[in-house]
Ligand binder design. Sequence first.
Ligand SMILES: [Zn+2]
Length: 235
Amino acid sequence: MSLPKPPEYLHHEPTQQEAQTPPCDTGSTATQLDGHQITALTDARNAALRHEAFKFALQESVRGLHKLGRIRDMLGFALAMWTLFVLWVIGNRASQLHDIAGIVATGLSLAVTTFAVWSFVAKWDEQVEKKNELAAKLNSFLMTYQKLYEADHPDVAKLRAWRLGLGDLDELRNHRLVTLDKRSKQAGHQHVAMKYINLDLKCDMCGKEWRPAFATALKSYSRFTKTCDNCGVKT
Ligand SMILES: [Zn+2]
């Protein structure tokens, strides 16, 4: 599937008690907030949760690309070493050992070529650059939110403005190089769901409420088990 533009990973539906009090600790101002303001605060918090998951997913994707890059480099190094071994150690081109070594070298060459073409076509380096750029901007937005959230008296107007400000990231978020694979997206959801376990976050796609037991169960799911693309829970 095409992932995720814009991110709609997870959300928290206010409980009855929370519906009467805002998601921030407002102290004595709690009773002064009307329904619209509480909705604005909840909306800002859900946006923060979604974008924190998105940021983690981007970082997970970058980690995956770095890993692929290391495999590509190691294959190239192995091919170079193997070629030297064949040329200078085996020597005798008429030997059976030379033939076997030639087959191994051919396999390594194909693997190196495949990884080189793959990294070029998929633009791994450019992907890493764009994803890191977006993750850094998201981090800045999330830090701003944290400051607003932790303020003694939440400034609803500022939180609304912060929420709207996320739209500034649309161009970068919709960039063709900012794509996420299913595993990275699931990792983002699971990271945030476990971090804020007390919020009972719900998946935007399958609607399942996150449970700590899922973290253990996920490890036992085989690749043939049908799981939600968004949270990774069995469907
Ligand atoms: Zn789900």
